[in-house]
Write a protein that binds this ligand. Structure first.
Ligand SMILES: [Zn+2]
Length: 445
């Protein structure tokens, strides 16, 4: 390089550096981040949210999920029903007059909810969404409830039952938890059969495939906006790609009677899963996966690890299928977030927003929004805990954690000079609402 050119380059770099320095990110925030936080939080509170994953419903409604809690689960600290934050939630939503959940106090809440249930109509749960400034909530339920307004609550139905068409006696006794889960899958499968007018099992694999495809298409026509898998509770999230001939042999062997071995059953499930992925692509029906840790002593962290899905998510044949990693893979949320680099892969932060405290969620959301912010979506995983502590308080806790954690994460990014305040609010709108609304075609033009 000649001397003059070197000087020229030096000058250009110097000017360049001056320009960069004005927007240079720093490791420590400047200014009072708490003030920035308060300012952002006020603006974030008025952004309506789109809840990508919840189980809205009354406590005695068994359709809030297709499965039930395992017989002996350990609840993490924040999700125990003595968490005083739930009192704050009940006060915010219902002006709950007590400061604890002593049985006679909790009855006040339970009575209120019972009265709402008996009154009927769709206004009660819509009013909860209004109080929390939630626009739309995806309702991941076995079946929809007449008390949820379909304009506000969109159905996400379950696909796992199709994994269990045969004699499941060996599956049931494999762990005490499977003894609870498998009969509920059998119940779900018989409901799909009834819906499609099918008695027993179709005579051959082609008949079964047709039944699976038809159920998916019909559920979509009945308002289903996505199909959800809780498979991580039952088996590995790794799905191999067996040839149809193998599935056909297994189907013919067990169609009438007999319990498949664990490996035969897994191979059949892997095949029928591929049939469902293919159909989901044809129907433009997003596929939701439980991708975080699960409850119960027998949930396998190894099998439930979101990385098990990588071969499916990166499969070029499935470019037309939208995949959503529900619960964002936690505690492997970085792995999950990195997989959203794939064009058709998204994630939501449901469940994390209830289990993690705002200071912990702040770190998660700060990381997520600096990776692929156009792929990240809000979610609650709201669920009725018991008669008094319902999906309502659970939804409140997730909304509160999300707004405060998000405002804190964005305040840090703004004060560290990484992003402008305008950019922070754009990221907030996309994460809280627009990414999901765009994905399901609900973005108002
Ligand atoms: Zn859930």
């Amino acid at each position: 390089m000649n001397y003059l050119l070197r000087i020229g380059l030096g000058i250009a770099l110097a000017f360049g550096l001056v320009r960069i320095a004005a927007a240079q990110a720093r490791p420590y925030p400047s200014g009072d981040t708490r003030t920035t936080y308060e300012k952002l939080l006020k603006q974030i509170e008025v952004i309506p949210m789109y809840d990508n994953h919840a189980h809205p419903g009354f406590a005695d409604d068994t359709d809030v999920d297709a499965m039930a809690s395992p017989p002996d689960e350990s609840a993490t600290l924040r999700l125990r029903d003595d968490n005083p934050e739930f009192v704050a939630g009940a006060k915010a939503l219902f002006a709950y007059p007590y400061d604890d959940f002593q049985p006679d106090h909790a009855k006040w809440l339970a009575d209120r909810k019972k009265a709402a249930e008996q009154a009927g109509g769709v206004s009660y749960f819509s009013s909860i969404l209004d109080k929390l400034n939630v626009d739309i909530c995806l309702a991941n339920r076995a079946m929809m409830a007449p008390y949820l307004d379909p304009k506000r609550f969109h159905w996400v139905f379950f696909g796992d039952a199709f994994f269990y068409p045969f004699d499941n006696s060996a599956q049931r006794v494999s762990t005490p938890d499977m003894g609870v889960y498998v009969p509920l899958q059998e119940k779900m499968l018989s409901r799909w059969k009834k819906q499609e007018g099918i008695q027993g099992l179709p005579a051959d694999l082609a008949g079964y495939e047709d039944f699976v495809r038809r159920t998916m298409a019909d559920n979509q026509k009945r308002g289903g906006v996505a199909i959800k898998y809780e498979a991580a509770y039952f088996r590995s999230l790794h799905f191999s790609d067996p040839p149809r001939a193998n599935a056909k042999t297994i189907y013919n062997k067990y169609q009438a009677a007999g319990a498949p071995t664990a490996s035969e059953y897994r191979e059949f499930q892997d095949y029928i899963f591929r049939v469902m992925v293919d159909q989901a692509g044809k129907l433009h029906l997003p596929m939701h996966f439980h991708s975080a840790i699960g409850i119960g002593d027998y949930f396998s962290l190894h099998n439930g690890n979101v990385l098990n899905l990588e071969n499916v998510l990166r499969d070029g044949r499935y470019k037309n299928v939208t995949f959503v990693l529900v619960h964002g893979g936690w505690p492997y949320e970085r792995e999950a977030a990195l997989m959203t680099a794939v064009k058709n892969v998204y994630l939501d932060t449901s469940f994390q927003t209830e289990m993690l405290y705002p200071s912990q969620f702040k770190e998660v959301v700060k990381q997520l929004l600096t990776l692929y912010p156009d792929k990240m979506m809000y979610g609650s995983d709201a669920f009725p805990f018991n008669d008094s502590l319902g999906a309502e308080e659970s939804m409140w806790l997730a909304a509160y954690t999300t707004r405060t954690g998000l405002a804190a994460a964005l305040a840090e990014l703004v004060d560290e000079g990484a992003i402008s305040e305008a950019k922070a609010l754009e990221l907030a709108r996309n994460y809280l609402h627009d990414n999901a609304a765009r994905l399901y075609g609900d973005l108002k033009k």
